[in-house]
Structures are given as structure tokens and as C-alpha cells.
Design a protein around this ligand. Structure first.
Ligand SMILES: [Zn+2]
Length: 97
């Protein structure tokens, strides 16, 4: 990295961390998979139950790298502050560190 790149980086405004990591374990082969949710881009407004809701919704399908091909479906609900309030999974289980 050149000097000016470093300088530019130094003066970059700090961007908030919009990454939300989901760690799941495949129910078929036991493989542990991690996927990233971009809280700035990947969430959609959740109007399904309540038109005034200011909550967000994200659905991810995770497929393992190995030869299992099990689809793990993850559904996440976030509140208006983009904090996780509910989660559901099929095809696997959540792994909490
Ligand atoms: Zn698997």
C-alpha cells in the first residue's frame, strides 16, 4: 500500500459495521458454515404482519462447500435498530459462539 493510500485510509470516515454473521451447522453432514448478512443491503422491510412495522426481514439459503448439497434456510428478523429479534432455521441448526 502506497503512502497516499494510507493517508486516504486515515482520513476515511469510519463506516459502521453492517456485517451480521450467521453460523449454522448442517443437519445432514454436520458441516459448520458461516454466512454474512449485510445489514445495510440485505434486509427488506417486513410488512407481512403489520403495515406499520418498522422491522426488517432477511432470508438466506446456505449451501455447503462439500458434497452434501443440503440447503439450509435461515430467516432472520431485525428491529428498527437492525438488532436481531427472531430467527428460524430449517435444514440445520444455529451455532452460537
Ligand atoms: Zn451438509
Amino acid at each position: 500500500m502506497g503512502f497516499f493510500d494510507q493517508l486516504a485510509k486515515l482520513f476515511q470516515p469510519k463506516t459502521p459495521d453492517f456485517s451480521f454473521w450467521v453460523k449454522v451447522k448442517c443437519s445432514r453432514c454436520g458441516e459448520v458454515l458461516t454466512t454474512r448478512v449485510n445489514l445495510a443491503n440485505d434486509l427488506s422491510s417486513d410488512y407481512s404482519d403489520n403495515p406499520n412495522a418498522d422491522t426488517y426481514y432477511c432470508r438466506k439459503v446456505i449451501v455447503g462447500d462439500k458434497l452434501c448439497f443440503q440447503k439450509i434456510e435461515v430467516e432472520l428478523n431485525f428491529n428498527s435498530k437492525r438488532r436481531l429479534i427472531n430467527r428460524e432455521i430449517s435444514g440445520g441448526e444455529f451455532v452460537d459462539d
